[in-house]
Design a binder for this molecule. Structure first.
Ligand SMILES: N[C@@H](CCC(=O)N[C@@H](CS)C(=O)NCC(=O)O)C(=O)O
Length: 201
């Protein structure tokens, strides 16, 4: 059985949990207390030298890290990853956007507010994270204005990757009121068969 090294509040972990559940693939969760450094022990670093969850251990014993790489691996050959060459590249385009322009800003703002607290020395950095996070949300709003989903007009791992931190963006101080297309898309993703909330282990 696939084993998922995870941390429940993590959007990156949630991406994998959500896809495994929607695929109907049984898995075992191993909760890691990342705040206590459990992902930085020598034993865990042997699984992922980058010291971060999520990591999956596959049936053959191999470890695979990076949430979007895990999504790509699990979705291969399923309805969650389109088959056409250009469509697959577009899925990757949005997953790269998520990792470079979205997650480092939206997820980091959330982590600081919910886990670390906003100290005086972090206040200016938080404002910059929020500025860049809003810029990413603007890009999403522009794309979704004329579309139901990110790629090929169907639910895919591009939507899962971007849903993970967008749906909890308010916890990072983001107001989605001026992003109606993003909010409508969040509702469509939430309505997919087998959807689970981030709080469900
Ligand atoms: N790019 C990675 C980011 C993973 C990541 O940032 N994981 C965080 C939790 S969301 C973590 O494990 N932090 C613990 C640490 O850095 O020690 C992915 O998408 O999987």
């Amino acid at each position: 059985m696939i084993r998922l090294y995870d941390y429940l509040p993590s959007g990156n972990g949630y991406k994998v949990r959500l896809l495994l559940t929607q695929l109907g693939v049984p898995f075992e969760r191993v909760e890691m207390d990342i705040l206590k450094g459990e992902s930085r022990t020598p034993a865990f670093l042997a699984k992922n030298g980058n010291g971060r969850i999520p990591v999956v251990q596959l049936d053959g014993g191999e470890f695979l890290a990076e949430s979007n790489a895990i999504l790509f691996y699990l979705a291969d050959g399923t309805a969650f990853l389109p088959g056409g060459r250009l469509e697959r590249a577009r899925v990757l385009q949005w997953m790269c956007f998520e990792q470079y322009s979205h997650e480092p800003n939206v997820a980091t703002a959330r982590f600081w507010i919910t886990h670390l607290g906003v100290t005086d020395d972090r206040r200016a950095a938080l404002a910059e994270k929020q500025r860049l996070g809003y810029a990413a949300l603007e890009v999403m709003e522009g794309h979704l204005g004329a579309r139901g989903f990110f790629v090929a007009e169907r639910y895919s791992i591009a939507d899962i990757a971007l849903y993970a931190y967008t749906h909890v963006a308010h916890e990072g101080g983001f107001d989605l009121a001026r992003f109606p297309a993003v909010r409508a898309w969040l509702g469509r993703v939430r309505g997919q068969p087998g959807h689970i909330p981030i709080t469900q282990s």
